[in-house]
Design a protein around this ligand. Sequence first.
Ligand SMILES: Nc1ncnc2c1ncn2[C@@H]1O[C@H](COP(=O)(O)OP(=O)(O)O)[C@@H](O)[C@H]1O
Ligand SMILES: [Mg+2]
Length: 287
Amino acid sequence: MEKIKDALAKAKIENTESKSQFKAETKASSTLLQSGVVSQKEIKSFPNTENELGMINYLNTPVIKLDSAHLEKNRIVAQSKSDVNSYSFDSLRTQILQKMEENNWRTIAVVSPTPQSGKTLVSINLAISIAQQPQKTAILVDFDLRRPKVAAYLGIHTEKSMNDYLQDKAQLKDVMINPGIDRLVIVPTMKPVSKSAETLSSKKVTSLIADLRERYNSRIVIFDCPPVLNSDDAMVLLPQVDCVLLVIANGMSTQSEIEETLHHLPKENLLGIVLNKAEIESKAYYY
Ligand SMILES: Nc1ncnc2c1ncn2[C@@H]1O[C@H](COP(=O)(O)OP(=O)(O)O)[C@@H](O)[C@H]1O
Ligand SMILES: [Mg+2]
């Protein structure tokens, strides 16, 4: 934990010193984001709330009901109001939506320095939490093309997915799924994609990102991304999105990895930092 704090301090983006940051910490054995760190301010209103919200129709979008036991096992908690951890994601959502609203941001890349930091977990829980706001819709796109996990964590199996879309074998509408949660759409990637950096910088993906952003003002688009330091993939995506949420897991990245990541990220578009697995001090995880 100290190492993360040191790295953040060194990079001069410590939460308390910057109004533009928030910090959320997750506890050791669960996805719990520490309450008290994220403030509980309520969102008062959203300009540009659109008619489309009430009219989003899933007639052409297959509904795949999620299995609650599978979700729980995979630490997907935001949909469960009886799970105290869901409040933490609601707080995170509130902070994020306020900042996005202020800046007219609608697309978020969720990144981390290295793998296994909790990006996918945070992306899914955040998307569910945002969709629970009646004024917003959320779409979660699995853009970790090397290690796609969204479908597995949600327990979704589909015939058509991002893989087919990228190969021109399906249209976007054919690869969207409603997971039985109102105002939430998932675009899963079922298999790793070769030449992922080239794919993510292709015209097809660039126009997909723009299209997802522009279609509805009320829609928040969350891209579950690859880690920043392991490939070019995240660096290719970052200029294409409005803002970045950085997930740092205690013990999963070294201090220098965190610092290097922060140098790569555009500070003005840094939505915030989630400190995950904050109370684990397991030296075994350090590289
Ligand atoms: N706060 C947490 N507490 C316990 N386990 C966690 C936490 N966050 C993530 N994990 C676990 O760590 C692993 C990596 O999480 P994942 O979201 O797949 O990371 P990434 O997408 O960054 O590679 C998963 O097994 C996940 O269940
Ligand atoms: Mg992941």
